[in-house]
Design a protein around this ligand. Sequence first.
Ligand code: UDX
Length: 439
Amino acid sequence: MRISVIGCGYLGAVHAACMAKLGHVVTGFDVDKEKIDALRRGEAPFFEPGLPALLTEVMATGRLSFSDDPAAVAGSNVHFVCVGTPQVSDGNAADMTYVDAAVTSLLPHLADGDLVVGKSTVPVGSAERLAEQIASTSPGATLVWNPEFLREGFAVKDTLHPDRLVYGVPEGDAGARAVEILDEVYAGPIAEGTPRIVSDYATAQLVKVAANSFLATKISFINAMAELCEATGADVTHLAEAIGHDERIGRRFLNAGLGFGGGCLPKDIRAFMARADELGVDQALSFLREVDAINLRRRSRMVTLASEELDGTLEGRRIAVLGASFKPNSDDVRDSPALDVAAKLRELGAQVVVTDPEANANAKARQPQLVFVESAEDAVVDAELVLLLTEWPEFVQLDPVALAKLVDSPRMLDGRNALDPSAWRDAGWTYRALGRGKH
Ligand code: UDX
């Protein structure tokens, strides 16, 4: 099949490469020429494990090309809309500018029988509006809403082996035909053994935000328990393990720490609340306000702990921060808890030295006043306090004995509950973590 992918960010670039891997002829389009130039050279424009190798593999077949010319999508029969929906600058809603621009740029090139497949995370009701727009100029084309659930760091794996496929289709023949076409697109490793849910537009759009809201709630739940643990001297890691053994609860996404960040969970729960407000059902999602508040409180708590460890004075104190990305295996610093804490400590007068295996450049672009160095060993030299804020494997595996020789004072604050407390204490460190009382 001939496929176009509009938007070549974390979602689109990976999707385009995976579609080509399945054997389709794919054109990736993006307005960002720099991104397109990198992709044309077979380079991933961001850090995503497995993507460079996949790009090399599929570019060699000649089935994958990239363009910054909107007309390049002409001739494709299935068009995936994969652009971002960031939070608007003056509120909580999702910014639909890029989705609207993508669909508008697509309209002149649509032919009868074409399928437009929305993958972006949008406020419920957007698909219905876009379907009307498409019908008014290209009545022979059909819109499907097909949300994507990939995680950064596992994007290739999640795209090729998703947990489920969700198709939101219109009623009648057009919907039935759309299901057939999408089944053909995903035939092979993606569809094999994968549950498929066919529904209406509204449900398909809601599935994505509901899933992300649930995940965010799960993380904030355990972080709320972490607050209780701090007040009582209990240990949230043991608590998570114990409740996680109940299969109805499950251990995954119960890692207490600095909380969630990134380009999805924070903005998705806010946009969901904003949309519920518009729909007159804001009460139904009022709990998400608390989920957001608990999450942000973890960042302030980390700053308070850092200050406590340094006897209340941050001014002029040297602090090493390990991690800047919002999670390991990513160079993404959008709404990163780690970078947020580093910036707050600096605002309060500390001398903050940050290191991240992949995100230094992105982090520096956002927080140019922070000092960035290449390794944990460089970051901790003469530090009075070390903060582990993103649990990259290379930080978790650091040798506490060797590191203790480099610092001014061996004090560790583990913001991700990723280190072994006894190993660090045995090496002479004071070790404290979020949600573990004052052990
Ligand atoms: C998320 C969803 O998982 C994915 O399905 C959706 O398509 C996009 O949003 P992503 O943003 O890549 O994916 O990251 P994810 O792995 O979900 O982690 C989100 C944040 O939660 C990270 O900051 C992570 O550190 C934090 N987290 C995760 C915790 O604090 N505790 C946990 O137990 C799990």
